[in-house]
Structure formats: C-alpha cells, structure tokens
Ligand binder design. Structure first.
Ligand SMILES: Nc1nc2c(c(=O)[nH]1)N[C@H]1C(S)=C(S)[C@@H](COP(=O)(O)O)O[C@H]1N2
Ligand SMILES: [Mo]
Length: 400
C-alpha cells in the first residue's frame, strides 16, 4: 500500500471541511438536474437498462444484479455504470479525438486513435469495482450512491500499455504522478472536473492499460469510449473514462476528486468523526472480497442438494480460499474453485449444500487472500463509505 507523498497529507479538519463542501456541491448538482428533468429535458437513461438496477438516473448510475455474477465475464450491457457527470456533453468523432501527453515529459505528444491502435495490443482480464460498492451496508449510513453488491464486474480489457505511451513522450526525472482527464464535464461550473492521478509506479506497471475494447467489443460510450484507463487490481476511481489528457506531475493531482474525495483515514475513525489523527490516503488497491451469485436473494430452494456459487477477488492479491457458512458464521466449509484463474480477475467458486429442514436460511461467504487477510464480518467505517468488504449474505427459504 502506498501512502503517497507528504503532500497528500491534509489535516483531518481541512479534509472533512472539503468533504462536506463536496457533498454540498453534489447536492447542488442533483438539484440542478431535478430542475432540468422537470423542465422536460431528455434524461441520461439508456434505453436498454433491463438487466441493471438503477441507483441514480441523472447521471445514469446503475449496478448489476448479483445473480448475473454466475458468469465469469460480465457482459458489457450488464456491466455496472458509474460516472459523476455522465458521458461527454458532445460525442467526439473518433477521427477528431486526440490524446495529449504533457507536463513533466521530454516532448509533449498528441496521438490519434489510429496511432494508438498501431501499437502492440495487450489484453488483461480484470475486475472493475467502484470504491463505493457496498456503501449501503455501512452503519451509520453514509451519503453517496447507495450501491449494494453489484457495482463490480469482471471483463477482458484490450488496449495499449500506458508505459509505452509515457516512454514515447519521455518521462522527466522529477515526474512522480500521472494525471488523467476525461472529456466529461460537470453541468454546473461550481463543481470541479473529475481529475485523477496515480503514482508513476502503477502507471509504469506492464498491466496498466489504456483500453479501447471491452470483452472483445469496442468500448461502449457508457464505459469510456473511445479510450479509458484500466489499473488492474485498483478501485475504479483510477480508471478514467473518455480519456483525453495525460499530464505528468511531481505531486499527486490537485483538486477535489484527488485531495478530498476518494480518501481513507489512515487511522481508525469513529462514525461521530471523533479522533485526532489528521492523515488520509487515496483509495487505491482493492481488498479481499467475495459474493454469492446463486441461489439469488429471496429464492425458494428445494429440500435437496443446492449448488451455492459465486465469485471472489483480491485485486493485486491472489485468492487462497472461499468459505461458506450456513449457521451465521459459527462453522465454515471451504468451497471449491472452478473455471479460469488470472491475476486481477475474479475466481469462481461452488459448494453443494444439502438443507436439513424447511424454513429460512442465510448463506454467508468470506474469502481469504494470499497475504492471509480474511474478509471481515463488517469493514471499518469511513466517511466516504469506501472499500466495503464485509461477508456476503443471501437469505433463501428451504421449501418442504
Ligand atoms: N472521466 C470519468 N471517468 C470515470 C468516472 C467519471 O466520473 N469520469 N467515474 C469513475 C468511477 S467512480 C467508476 S466506479 C468507474 C465506473 O466505470 P464503468 O462505468 O465502466 O463501470 O469509472 C471511473 N471513471
Ligand atoms: Mo466509483
């Protein structure tokens, strides 16, 4: 885990103040949208949203129902969608689209999509997960999109290595962070741009991509077409969509979405926001997590063997085991892995359970990664509601 430079350490007071200001700005944004919706403007909801559960309509934020996660790859049209402002206000024609690389480089560059497609194509299978996935499970509740279990998916991403592009431009010695800017724009000027940065080390990793394909198809607009960042093993806030600008910096990117939002307290924090520590770090790597895809929540299952199945992932860490409990966590049984294994992808697992009596039963699961970290019953509370990885739970009724 990288803690960032001392520059990234903001006093807790300042941080909380900015966080609250950000929440106020988000509320203003929501109100503006409600007004324009009332004025009869066209919404952002794509026509075919059948398979997704909508959490916010403007912009369109929607999650995948957990029952879809029985498949190894999450199909593009069933993949969760999240952005702060929706796709760019004007769709850029592919021929006019440019990627600019500047800042602490030897020579600033401008690349066309053609230039990028001529470079060596690399494919990585990786889980993409919103930092706020599972926010709805924190108590006390936390403002923000109330994601439950499905702001996550597993896909094949094809594109070029970011490091190839950075090296073409020439990385200056004092460059430490790589900033990403997309073409999307906030609808009101008081809301800052979604500008993010990652440390140079992650940017130079051979698996960090600028992707133009998702699951073997052209990257859909909602998922960042024509080009997006993929930081395998890291939470999706680093995966800038609609990418147009890369800037090499000596410091972490300035601005609300890097310095205030998407940060975690380094020391445990009480929901009452007590505590005297003043250090935070950006949300980066994923934490060990698993979920139950089948049987689905609320299902009625027969009094006969039932196949329990799901997925588990650990970001940059391999999954060692998945365990299932049918007695509220008193006893755990080890599930068996099935299907493919790739770094950064999720691992599918199964367990056959023979119910003993009719009635309601909760199925719980928890994963352990190669560092020995076990998914906790509940994740430590934090003001942004990030990185939820508590045991997953599905309640079913055993029929007579
Ligand atoms: N340009 C841009 N990129 C962005 C965002 C955004 O608001 N603007 N949101 C980020 C967040 S918070 C998430 S969770 C992922 C969601 O990616 P998806 O919609 O492809 O699932 O995109 C990331 N990339
Ligand atoms: Mo997110």
């Amino acid at each position: 885990m990288s803690l960032g430079g001392s520059d990234s350490i903001v006093s807790r007071r300042t941080w909380l103040k900015r966080l609250l200001a950000g929440i106020a700005a988000a509320r203003l944004l929501a109100e503006t949208r409600l007004k324009s919706a009332a004025a009869g403007e066209v919404g952002d909801i794509p026509r075919d949203t059948g398979p997704l559960t909508i959490r916010v309509t403007r912009p369109f934020d929607a999650e995948t129902p957990a029952r879809e996660f029985v498949s190894f790859f999450t199909p593009n049209h069933r993949f969760f969608v999240r952005s702060h402002f929706g796709p760019p206000p004007e769709r850029i024609a592919e021929a006019e689209w440019r990627l600019r690389i500047d800042g602490l480089v030897e020579a600033a560059k401008e690349l066309t999509l053609g230039d990028i497609r001529q470079m060596e194509a690399v494919t990585v299978t990786a889980v993409l997960q919103c930092s706020g996935n599972g926010r709805a499970f924190y108590r006390p509740r936390i403002p923000g999109v109330q994601w439950e279990r499905g702001a996550v998916g597993n896909a094949q991403w094809t594109g070029v290595r970011l490091r190839g592009i950075l090296r073409q431009a020439g990385i200056r010695k004092n460059a430490r962070h790589v900033q990403f800017q997309g073409a999307d724009r906030p609808p009101v000027p008081s809301v800052p741009l979604f500008t993010r940065s990652i440390p140079l080390g992650k940017a130079l990793h051979p698996d960090t991509l600028l992707a133009y394909e998702m699951n073997g198809r052209p990257l859909p607009l909602l998922h960042g077409a024509p080009l997006r960042v993929i930081t395998p093993g890291w939470m999706a806030d680093s995966c800038t969509k609609w990418l147009t600008d890369i800037t090499l910096l000596s410091e972490e990117s300035d601005g609300y979405y890097m310095r205030t939002a998407y940060r975690l307290p380094l020391d445990p924090i009480e929901p009452a926001m007590a505590g005297e520590s003043d250090r935070t770090r950006p949300v980066e790597a994923m934490v060990v997590k698993s979920l139950i895809a089948a049987p689905p929540e609320g299902a009625t299952v027969p009094l006969a063997p039932v196949m329990i199945q799901g997925a588990a992932w650990g970001g940059e860490s391999k999954i060692l085991s998945v365990e299932v409990s049918l007695d509220e966590g008193k006893n755990w049984q080890t599930a068996r892995f099935v299907g493919e294994e790739h770094p950064y992808a999720w691992r599918q697992w199964q367990l056959v359970w023979t119910p003993r009596a009719p009635g309601p039963v909760s199925i719980l699961c928890r994963a352990t990664d190669e560092t020995g970290t076990v998914q906790p019953l509940a994740s430590p509370w934090n003001p942004g509601g990030f990185l939820w990885n508590g045991w997953d739970r599905v309640t079913v009724t055993v029929g007579g």
